[in-house]
Design a protein around this ligand. Structure first.
Ligand code: AVJ
Ligand code: FE
Length: 436
């Protein structure tokens, strides 16, 4: 049985690595070399940087970290160290050219698969136990694939990506606006999930007073009401730094929206279309989410509230891996994995609802919470401080749940994302809450 478990782990790691590389290929083969090396926005790296960085991190953790191999090209390590060079300066670095970056990532991958073949995953060092290092690298690649999809959204020019529209809701009309989560303790975080990252650990009990949370994310239609009611012109709705941002950048709507002949339009992956009223609002900063909530007489949920609404099962009194249970995500449960290039209308994915009846907590849009990104009690940095620990503090706000651009391997009820409160190019939306 032990050998069969090890083989299952190996297959799972292999599948996750292959899925990630297919997506990386889609995102980097769909544009020409000029577009791969261009800077589409000072907020982003050139796509070719992400590509070689994916290979370089895989070399660092799987070839050197797990297998103890020598560096393949020690002279390039510094170029692809995210802490050495801010995104805006990366285009001026002597980066590997597209063909070289592809060849390097492919060479690393070939060797990494050999390492996977020859490594015992069922015991031993924490880095290889349950295939953690391989899962970590698959998640890392998928996170950069999401980053590259953001770059695709920011690029100008005709569309190069296409995907079917997401499913439509079947019973949205009868849904309550909010659901009640009674007060009491629940288990937050995880000590069991084998590929959970350091910041999701360890599992610990939190007592959360009763609250109500929106059944679905806030829609574009509701957000338009905020705009039309003078949301962006009235200081009273905004946190002081948020108001500074609104004035400085003359914000009037979410990123990628513009008004034409009395209608709100948006640009989405190279196509301009009417903003759909029933879709979760996307590309808003934390400050905009916070201002909307105040205007609505509500507030953003805390991170603990979000996780309790998503995971706590009041019948068994335990936390689930996902809102629907412990089974891995599937297409009928959540909008994940870039299967669609947009969020699904609110009320979709009835099968994916949480025990309290909230919908679309996983997938569609990352959801801003009111919480700063902080370590859980008992946190210990693993395998390196730069993954999470250096970002802890009041500068970053936590986002939960994952977007349509997140692969299932990098999405769980415990998964934590974080960003600056001014960020809006990310696939971010929100839902609101209030005290019970
Ligand atoms: C967790 C999404 C904030 O993209 O900066 C990628 C993930 N860490 N490479 C990021 C990450 C190292 C990280 N976020
Ligand atoms: Fe990275």
């Amino acid at each position: 049985p032990r050998e069969a478990d090890a083989e299952a782990l190996r297959q799972r790691a292999l599948a996750a690595l292959l899925t990630a590389r297919e997506r990386t290929a889609l995102l980097t083969d769909s544009v020409d070399d000029h577009e791969l090396t261009a800077q589409h926005s000072p907020l982003m790296s050139p796509l070719v940087w992400d590509l070689a960085h994916i290979g370089n991190q895989e070399e660092l953790w799987l070839l050197r970290g797990v297998a103890g191999r020598e560096a393949m090209r020690p002279e390039i390590d510094g170029l692809y160290d995210a802490f050495e060079h801010p995104r805006a300066t990366r285009p001026s670095l002597p980066l590997l050219a597209p063909a070289e970056a592809r060849a390097y990532a492919a060479e690393v991958r070939g060797r990494a698969l050999d390492v996977l073949d020859g490594t015992a995953l069922d015991g031993g060092r924490p880095l290889v136990r349950a295939g953690f290092a391989f899962g970590m690298i698959a998640q890392h690649e998928q996170q950069h694939d999401e980053t590259m999809l953001i770059t695709h959204q920011l690029r100008s020019g005709p569309a190069v990506l296409a995907a079917p529209v997401p499913p439509a809701p079947t019973d949205a009309a009868g849904l309550p606006a909010e659901v009640l989560v009674p007060g009491g303790p629940f288990t937050m975080g995880t000590s069991a999930e084998p590929w959970a990252l350091d910041n999701e650990r360890p599992a610990h009990v939190r007592d959360v007073p009763g609250f109500l949370i929106d059944t679905t994310p806030v829609t574009c239609g509701a957000y338009q009401e905020f705009i039309e009611d003078g949301g962006y012109t009235e200081r009273r709705w905004w946190a002081p730094e948020g108001w500074v941002m609104v004035r400085e950048h003359e914000l009037t709507a979410p990123l990628f929206w513009h008004r034409d002949a009395g209608q709100w339009l948006r640009r989405r992956f190279g196509v301009t279309e009417v903003v759909p009223g029933d879709e979760p609002v996307l590309h808003v900063s934390w400050y905009e989410a916070d201002a909307f909530a105040r205007w609505a007489g509500r507030r953003l949920p805390t991170e603990a509230e979000w996780e309790k609404a998503a995971r706590h099962d009041p019948v068994s009194e335990r936390s689930r891996r996902y809102p629907w249970g412990d089974e891995d995500p599937a297409p009928e449960l959540a909008n994940l994995g870039q299967r669609h290039l947009r969020p699904a209308p609110v009320g979709t994915y009835a099968q994916g609802r949480s025990p309290y009846g909230a919908r679309q907590l996983i997938g569609d849009v990352w959801e801003w919470t009111s919480s700063d990104f902080l370590p859980y009690p008992g946190f210990s940095a693993f395998p390196y401080r730069e993954y999470s620990e250096v970002f802890f503090g009041p500068a970053h706000k936590v986002l939960r749940g994952g977007s349509f651009a997140v692969d299932p391997v990098a999405c769980r009820g415990t998964f934590r994302n974080w960003d600056l409160p001014v960020r809006r190019q990310i696939f971010s939306g929100f839902r609101t809450a209030r005290d019970a």
